[in-house]
Every structure is written in C-alpha cells, then in structure tokens.
Design a protein around this ligand. Structure first.
Ligand code: VAH
Length: 317
C-alpha cells in the first residue's frame, strides 16, 4: 500500500525540514504539508499544501480522505513561553488537536501517528542529570503538563485501541532554515543570528543554565528513524527520551568564538529562566539507543560551524 503522509505544522521549525526530508524519501506528491499559514517556499513549491487549523477535526479528516493519507506527523503545539501567557489556549490547542489525530487512527482512517513530546514533560523534582526514561514527572509549565498528559493518552490509545502512535521527548532544537517561535530554548538559535548581525548577544537565560539540545538534522533523523522502526521495536508508547548535546549559553559563545573571536555574550534573564530551571540538564536516552538504534551525530562545534556557514548565506552576509 502506498504511503501518503500528512504533516500538521509544516510551517514550523521542525515541520519545514521534516517535510523536505520526507518528500525525498516518499516522493513530493506523497507528502502533504499543512498549517494555518503558508510554509517556507521550499515546502510550498515542492509538493501539495493544505490549509488546516488543527482545532478543526473535520478539516483534518477531509484532507486525510482527499489525499488517501496513511500516516500523520502532528507537530503543531503552543510552546513553553507562549503557553505561559495563555494557559487555557495552550492546553486546548495542544490537547484537542492530539485527540483529533488519535481518533482518526482509532477509527482506522490512518495507520500511524507521530506526535512529539518534550523534555518539558519533566519538572523541578525530576533528577536533572542523566534523567531516566521512567522517573518523577511533575511539570510546572502549561506546555509541560500538556506534553505529559499527551504522552499518557498516546499510551492509552496504543494499549486500548492498538493505535500505532510514536513519540519522542524533543530537547531544545537548533536550526537555521526556519526560526522557532515561543520557546524557552530559542536563545540557542537567536545567538547565531545575532553573532553574525551584531557580533554580540544578550541571552534571556542566565550563565550556567544547562539544557538538553539537539541540532535539527539529528532531530529529523531520530523522528524518521522512530517512525520507520518495526512496531515490535517500539517498546515505549508514552514517549522516548532523546539526547544530543547539553550546553549552557556560555558554551555556545565559546564555540562561536572559535570562529568569531570577537563575539560577545552577556546575560539578562527573563521569565523564561524559571521555565528552564524546571527542566533537566542532561537526558539518558539509552532506551532509544537500545530499542531502535538511535545515536546523535552533531556535537556543539560541528553544529556551530554548520549554523554560521548556512546563516551567512541565508542572511546574505
Ligand atoms: C520550548 N523548544 O522551548 C521548546 C522545547 C525543550 C524545549 O520543547 O518550549
């Protein structure tokens, strides 16, 4: 049976690159991009795009039927910083949209679902170093609560309705092609733009704020790798811990200064510091490595070199 994939959130930071990666594998016509606004020109010009508001379950079902969709990657979410400003909207968007997609799978309209969780599902009393796959999970943010709840619903739909839904607890993700929006880890993207534009950056997270992070190519490879794994290798049906590199803002500055010695970093922590302080620093992803062969490839310096090289072209510098 031909695989046809629908990506919800194709205009977002991850969706933009995931669509392009999936189209290389499945063929442009077999990967339908969707969002509430137009996506990156590469996405719009390389294959089908449908305008979908994920709060409208009927619209999702209509597009699934129209294109004969077999798999849905549901990437739409209100991220941590934004959701703290509008808790009820954040909860509704993150949860109601997940139910629309899970119920499509329960009803047999689609075969497989990908839905990302986040290290935000952990909270202040979760062990911060080498955070285990199973541990204390008392998130203190709207986004984290929605991700923890979503994980439990994914596990419920797998056990009760045999829905093949798979999930990864993404760390902060860094990329150059599309910018993140509304996240607490966004500093780790902004710093590269500002290094090239201004030669300096003021971080909204303080010195010493170590967080789990990952370069986009690793995140895409992990996402597709999990979805391609044989179902019997996917033994965790809440969401897999995934680790790449953990660093604090000053570590990024040191990495940038190896290429741009005059780059300057200073700190002005804002409300997002409290969010970051509630999250782990280093994640144990041994279960993902054991179950489906995960291994990250980018370290901080290799990411820095790739970010600066590509951003210079993107910014016309
Ligand atoms: C955020 N980028 O900052 C997201 C991510 C682990 C953080 O989930 O909200």
């Amino acid at each position: 049976m031909k695989e046809v994939i629908l990506v919800l959130g194709a205009s977002g930071q991850i969706g933009t690159e995931l669509v392009m990666n999936l189209r290389e594998t499945y063929g442009n016509a077999n990967v339908v991009a969707s969002d509430i606004k137009d996506a990156h020109p590469d996405v719009m010009e390389s294959g089908p795009f449908e305008e979908i508001n994920v709060m409208d379950g009927n619209r999702i079902a209509e597009v699934v039927k129209k294109h004969g969709v077999t798999q849905v990657y549901h990437l739409v979410a209100m991220l941590s910083a934004t959701a703290e400003r509008m808790p009820e909207k954040g909860w509704a968007l993150n949860m109601d949209s997940l139910f629309h997609v899970l119920n499509l799978a329960k009803d047999g309209a689609i075969k497989k679902v990908y839905w990302p969780s986040s290290i935000a599902c952990f909270g202040p009393n979760t062990p911060k170093m080498n955070t285990p796959q199973e541990t204390i999970m008392e998130p203190s943010t709207v986004y984290g609560i929605s991700k923890q709840a979503g994980e439990q619903w994914c596990n419920y739909y797998f056990n009760k309705y045999n829905v093949d839904v798979r999930s990864i607890r993404y760390p902060g993700i860094i990329s150059w092609k599309s910018e993140p929006g509304g996240g607490t880890t966004d500093y780790a993207v902004e710093i590269y733009y500002e290094a090239l534009k201004q030669g300096k950056y003021t971080s909204f997270l303080d010195k010493g704020t170590m967080l789990p992070m990952m370069y986009m190519p690793d995140a895409i490879r992990a996402t597709v790798g999990l979805m391609d794994a044989p179902a019997d290798q996917v033994k965790v049906r809440t969401s897999y811990n995934l680790a790449g590199i953990s660093f604090a803002p000053e570590h990024v500055a040191e990495s940038i200064q190896k290429i741009m010695p005059d780059f300057k970093l200073d700190f002005a922590p804002d409300f997002r510091q409290a969010i970051a302080d509630s999250w782990p620093s280093i994640i144990d992803d041994s279960r993902a490595r054991e179950d489906w062969g995960w291994k990250h490839e980018f370290d901080l310096d290799r990411m820095t070199e790739d970010m600066l090289t590509n951003l210079k072209v993107k910014l016309g510098l």
